[in-house]
Write a protein that binds this ligand. Structure first.
Ligand SMILES: *Cc1c(COP(=O)(O)O)cnc(C)c1O
Length: 363
């Protein structure tokens, strides 16, 4: 049996480091916003190439807090991809802003710059590109539009730890970026954790306050804040794992290349190969017109898969008000995508077996 994801196996190489980090935090007697968080923030900002990193409780909060910190007038519009994970959309509506959906590029599944301009109105304040599956959006053209229309850019980098666009790392490509360190991400904590990276000093100050009850001085509150702190334990674990991220991304890339070279089933659509080295392969997503039958076929042969994601955001019950929208590109993607196992615990032999099994399907 090859599970889609086995987090225990993925964290096994880090066991000694994680034990050492947790022991240190336990002994310190200091568990919330202390030296471990500061040190991880410094390390992660350096990794991304930004001046600031602000640790927060999770990825959704990271995105929401940035949008709140920007303090746009109520119902200002934010451009979001129509095919992403629900968190990107949630952050917009939780900040009392209005999402404007833009269809993705049908080849990269990422926000399509050529469709953005038509979605911009007098109310538009920001663009929220999601670096879905580990590949950066076309940030050059997106930044040009943002400059031309005076819009801010919030990257959703929750799937793109270490991804590169034009020699720069994800997290440094817009005005601010939201990160998640949910256990299954390329850099994963042992619980919930998140962060924001930015080069904006004022925004960073405001976010440090907003994550901590809107307070930068104990018992003095400047904003209606959240309690969204990254804790010392998770920060220490993340700091222990961060030095291995680049090597781990290399392992993912190597396995992704095996899939790209090996899968030759004519009905399978592979991910684009023009940025193999810049992509960090958070997920290896293929398409098949009979996706569910393919999943069953793989399941019967001991191969676990997952779907990212089965229901487009505008078709979720939580967002009935968008149910009448029609996004054919997104809807087709949500029907056809399937994610194959791809992680640092997977062996080349397992990947060969998965490739052979996929190539046998439907023949
Ligand atoms: C995981 C993820 C998030 C949210 O992260 P949480 O830490 O689970 O809140 C946001 N956006 C994308 C694209 C994600 O993959």
């Amino acid at each position: 049996m090859i599970p889609f994801l086995d987090l225990g196996r993925i964290n096994e190489p880090h066991q000694a480091r994680v034990r050492e980090a947790t022991h240190r935090v336990l002994q310190s007697g200091w568990y919330i916003t202390g030296r471990e968080v500061e040190q991880f923030e410094r390390q992660f900002a350096h990794f991304c190439g930004t001046r600031h990193c602000i640790g927060v409780a999770n990825g959704l909060d990271a995105l929401t807090l940035v949008l709140k910190a920007w303090d746009f007038p109520a119902n200002s519009e934010v451009i979001v991809p129509s095919n992403a994970y629900i968190a990107s959309l949630l952050s917009v509506t939780l900040a009392n802003l209005s999402p404007v959906f833009v269809e993705p590029d049908p080849h990269t599944y990422l926000l399509d710059p050529s469709r953005i301009e038509a979605a911009i109105t007098g109310q538009t304040k920001a663009i929220l590109p999601v670096h879905l599956y580990g590949r950066c959006c076309a940030m050059g053209p997106i930044r040009e539009l943002a400059e031309r229309y005076n819009l801010l850019i919030l990257e959703d980098a929750a799937q793109a730890h270490g991804a590169i666009y034009d020699r720069q790392r994800a997290g440094s490509l817009g005005d601010a970026s939201g990160w998640s360190f949910y256990p299954s991400k390329n850099l994963g904590a042992l619980g919930d954790a998140g962060a924001i990276t930015t080069n904006d000093d004022l925004l960073a100050d405001r976010l440090r306050s907003l994550r901590n009850y809107g307070s930068s001085q104990k018992y003095v509150n400047d904003y209606i804040g959240h309690n969204s702190r990254l804790d010392e334990l998770q920060a220490a674990i993340l700091a222990a794992k961060l030095p291995y991220l680049t090597t781990e991304n290399e392992v993912r890339r190597k396995l992704a290349k095996l899939y790209l070279q090996g899968i030759d089933n004519p009905d399978v659509l592979l991910p684009p190969t023009d940025q193999v080295e810049q992509d960090v392969w958070h997920l290896f997503v293929i398409r098949h017109p009979r996706r569910d039958a393919l999943r069953l076929f793989l399941q019967e042969r001991g191969i676990g898969t997952d779907v990212h994601y089965p229901i487009p955001p505008h078709r979720q019950r939580a967002y009935k008000e968008y149910a009448h929208y029609s996004f054919p590109v997104s809807e087709q993607l949500h029907r056809e995508v399937v994610s194959l196992p791809l992680n640092t615990a997977l062996t080349e032999r397992e990947v060969s077996y998965i490739i052979d099994t996929i190539n046998q399907f439907g023949g």
